[in-house]
Design a binder for this molecule. Sequence first.
Ligand code: ADE
Length: 228
Amino acid sequence: MKIAILGAMVEEITPILARVQIQKEHEIGHNRYYEACYKNLELVIAYSKIGKVNAALSASVMFLHFGAQKLIFSGVAGGIAESLKVGDLVVADKLCQHDVDITAFGHPFGFIPETTLFYEADSGLNVLAINAAKSCNLRFQIGTIATGDQFIASPERKNWVAKQFNAIALEMEGAAVAAICAALGKPFCVLRAISDAADADANVSFDTFLEKSARESADLLFLMLEQM
Ligand code: ADE
């Protein structure tokens, strides 16, 4: 079974690449894909670059070119829930696209006809993530992650996303990957560690905590891989 492991930024996969045996590297569509082994698991690892289009491309390549059977996303997110602090983990139970707006035609925010507003993560993968987090006493929450092609550094926008989608965290790739997985019938989960509070200081907090939070997310990923 081949597992796809995807991040958005190089900082999100560097701690992952450091712990696997890399076997082969491929360049496809201006992205680098690493075929690797971890224990008995076959992996394909990549960072997509930021945003929904890039994430969708990488996820598609991992399934259709490399034959991955499931996907785990690991990276950082902006926290919406007050109780989420920098470094806390989030496991998405479902994801949506907060920046989709076809409301002029009567559709709810986030909805694209012939698709779904919320994409559900795989319950089996989520159980692995949650058990791993519990067994190591990690601070984590399970909830909705909202995705959009916007770095949110505004309490107003953050509160709107919170209210509209009941989301606890936001980022820029998860729901795009989820949409690809839904279209191709592949199980996935999205792990994120909080890097900022999506508020006026979000850019500074993001730069300060990107690497550390990316490591926390990668640590949870490896706890999961140990169980697979
Ligand atoms: N990823 C991490 N922090 C974020 C934020 N504030 N907005 C969007 N994506 C993020």
